[in-house]
Design a protein around this ligand. Structure first.
Ligand code: EPU
Length: 344
């Protein structure tokens, strides 16, 4: 384990921003992290834990120590006739983990195919897509308190998962280093397993029939999700981005009724608590931002919610576009859209 100084983070953030860290270290095991905690640099600097860098906007170089989690390994902890408990270390790439499960016919996360980032970052914001969230299959996680070094286990309730939310984005922000995450999945190879594929969201059913996948399997659902994502979301390796920049806002029923009388085609998703979720992508598109290029940045042509770096953008430039978009949505609809990415 080597602590580097003035480390470029250009390849370590999917926006592809040219930024650096005062100190940088890559951690390959829990022991590495324990050893790191003994160093002067660790003790005397602010820490930023980095996963795949796929949900972060650097508006400045980082003063302090960036710790990149690269702890690898996936193992089966236990199983029954119908279920399997799988532990993935935090430094595994999320999509590689999904593929590992698909190969073994372990169902539950196929709808979450192709999400960039690492396993350890998945519970931070309760990643979700196409009708599934990580909380649906979450068993527990192990994390290390970055001040005391104590290992703490978090179960489903402890994580306080919400839509793109968890304790790790709120009261425990910056306080824990997530080491591993454990999931409860369904063993589809077992004749006794009962499992309902989730194909109701958006274009999944249409895509499956376009692909002539008449027999449902987790591989077919995963392939359909991959096809949809590839058609809408820019590949960060080709065009810097961090997926959805904003969260989809929820509004009250009264506010919704007022708006829908003015904008009758406004898409909406009623929530269990009576509030209404509105796709931020639609709001942004209505304000004229979709496909618009502003300097080195802009809102993507196929999905307005994704802000992109056309090559030489700075984090400040992307952030100032985000603020302008936020302001125009507020002016037109009276709705405040909030960033989903972590702005540092
Ligand atoms: N829409 C537009 N214009 C746009 C984009 C979207 O009008 O430019 C409207 C359409 O009505 C569309 C609806 O928004 O039907 C929903 O769009 P989409 O299915 O693309 O989903 P989203 O709500 O924009 C969310 C997640 C994505 C996830 C998809 C699929 C958030 C913030 N984003 O996007 O997650 O992949 O659903 O489940 O919840 C991410 O978090 O980085 C991410 C990509």
């Amino acid at each position: 384990m080597k602590i580097e100084e003035n480390k470029p983070l250009d390849d370590l953030n999917t926006f592809g921003l040219k930024v650096g860290a005062q100190y940088f270290v890559e951690v390959n095991s829990v022991q590495d992290f324990v050893d790191l905690m003994q160093t002067e640099i660790y003790k005397t600097n602010e820490k930023l834990i980095l996963g795949g860098g796929s949900n972060i906007l650097f508006t400045n170089c980082v003063n302090g120590l960036v710790v990149k989690n690269s702890i690898k390994g996936i193992s089966v902890v236990s199983d029954t006739d119908t279920e399997v408990i799988v532990k993935a270390n935090a430094g595994e790439a999320w999509h590689e983990f999904v593929l590992w499960c698909i190969e073994r016919n372990y169902a539950g996360i196929e709808n979450l195919s192709l999400i960039p980032g690492l396993v350890g970052a998945a519970p931070m914001q309760n990643i979700g897509a196409y009708g599934v969230e990580i909380k649906d299959v979450f068993q527990e996680l192990e994390a290390i308190d970055i001040d005391s070094g104590e290992t703490v286990k978090f179960n489903l309730n402890d994580c306080e998962f919400g839509y793109r939310e968890s304790v790790f984005k709120n009261k425990y922000k910056g306080k824990f280093f997530i080491a591993s995450v454990t999931f409860k999945l369904t063993k589809l190879s077992s004749p006794k397993a009962i499992y309902k594929f989730k194909t109701d969201y958006g274009d999944i059913k249409n895509t499956l029939s376009e692909m002539r996948a008449y027999e449902l399997s987790i591989k077919a659902v995963s392939d359909a999700v991959i096809k949809i994502r590839n058609s809408k979301l820019p590949n960060p390796k080709e065009l810097g981005n961090a997926g959805s920049f904003f969260k989809n806002p929820t509004i009250s029923k009264e506010k919704f009724e007022e708006l829908v009388s003015k904008f009758p085609v406004m898409p909406s998703y009623p929530q269990k608590n009576g509030s209404i979720k509105i796709p931020a992508g639609w709001l942004i598109e209505q304000c004229g931002w979709k496909g618009k290029v502003v300097g080195n940045t802009g809102s993507h042509k196929s999905q307005a919610l994704v802000l992109v770096n056309y090559g030489n953008a700075t984090g400040k430039e992307i952030w100032s576009l985000a603020l302008e978009i936020q302001k125009s949505v507020k002016e037109k609809f009276g709705i405040e859209i909030m960033p989903e990415v972590n702005v540092v």
